[in-house]
Design a protein around this ligand. Structure first.
Ligand code: NDP
Ligand code: OXD
Length: 311
């Protein structure tokens, strides 16, 4: 018998997802959450940034399947019951997009595109001294599904790579630092800092003035993780003081960025609207469907979040 699975997104742009679920996993009977016939029988829900209506409508949830990689939006929810499992997407096509996003922006600065754009606006034709990729140091905060992929991708362009994570890693061509004790030594040797951490109590505000001042003068910061990692005023101050040469933000504290937020006009800052890596429908549906089937069979699904560590 088909079991009903509600799909709950605040945006409501879910029809293509529902169609794809029903193509590959008809036995799950995935429906818009408002079309569910027996809400009290629902144990599994597929969600993106659920609000309180999810928890009041479905009182017997056992697991939530997140349509993205980051689960901070679920874990922070005041109505989230203690015993509900959370399963997130692992890669599902996002690593390749992150590789592109970070390669594009690292090269923008490494190849002086910021300076050449400025020169063009002054009708200036002048070649600037270059730096070999092996001498340009790129550091990745977070070496998980996405960060480790970006580290290996940038390594293939010849950049001098390092990374920082909670547990010790071994990635070819990437110098790995571990834990709070080694954060300072990591930051001191990074020309381009790339953030791909989950947002947890331990990583919130990690891109603050003290930490960014440990970067060498003229470094750049690229954050495609969560707005909560960055203290925005600290970034603005360090850009204006010239300690940082530039920054790229794909995520900000309030999204969409309010029209009156000065970040829109900040010199040296490139903004993108939380688009670094999207959840492609087909691979995401296949992964979520496999995870639900695993749980139905009493197995542990890939991407099961450890709630106490926050990711
Ligand atoms: P993973 O959980 O696979 O990787 C997280 C990495 O961060 C791991 O290496 C982990 O260490 C490390 N980490 C976590 N906490 C700490 C800590 N306190 N100190 C040091 N290292 C820590 O996540 P993903 O790679 O899948 O995704 C990362 C984030 O990217 C997501 O949480 C989301 O916020 C963001 N994202 C943004 C998107 C966008 O479009 N802008 C799209 C998709 C994701 P360890 O390996 O030891 O566990
Ligand atoms: C994600 C995101 O976490 O899109 O998947 O930010």
């Amino acid at each position: 018998m088909a079991i009903e699975c509600p799909l709950f997104t605040v945006e409501g742009s879910s029809q293509q997802w529902i169609k794809t679920f029903n193509r590959y996993y008809p036995h799950l009977s995935v429906k818009d959450w408002q079309d569910i016939d027996h809400p009290e029988a629902v144990e599994y829900a597929i969600v993106w940034q659920p609000d309180a209506r999810l928890f009041s409508t479905f009182p017997n949830l056992k697991a939530l399947f997140n349509m993205g990689a980051g689960v901070d939006g679920i874990l922070d929810h005041p109505q989230l019951p203690d015993d509900v499992h959370i399963v997130r997407l692992e890669n599902a096509g996002m690593a390749e997009q992150m590789n592109e996003y970070f390669a594009y922006h690292v090269m923008h600065f490494h190849r002086h595109m910021d300076h050449y754009q400025q020169q063009q606006s002054q009708a200036k034709w002048r070649v600037l001294a270059g730096t070999q990729a092996k001498d340009f140091r790129v550091g990745i905060l977070g070496l998980g599904q996405l960060g480790s992929s970006v580290a290996s991708c940038l390594r293939s362009f010849g950049y001098q790579m390092s990374g920082w994570s909670r547990s010790c890693k071994s990635i070819e061509g990437v110098k790995c630092y571990t834990g709070a004790d080694q954060l300072g030594s990591f930051l001191q040797h990074v020309d381009a800092l790339c953030c791909l951490l989950p947002l947890t109590d331990n990583t919130r505000d990690i891109l603050n003035k003290d930490n960014m001042l440990l970067l060498p003068k003229g470094a750049i910061v690229i954050n495609a993780a969560r707005g909560g990692h960055l203290v925005e005023q600290d970034l603005v101050d360090l850009l204006n003081q010239g300690h940082l040469r530039g920054a790229v933000l794909d995520t900000v504290r309030t999204e969409p960025l309010p029209l009156d937020n000065p970040l829109w006009h900040q010199k040296g800052l490139i903004l993108t609207p939380h688009c670094a890596a999207q959840s492609w429908i087909e691979p995401s549906v296949k992964q979520i469907g496999r995870s639900i089937d695993a749980m139905l069979a009493g197995q542990k699904p890939a991407g099961l979040v450890e709630r106490e560590r926050g990711y």
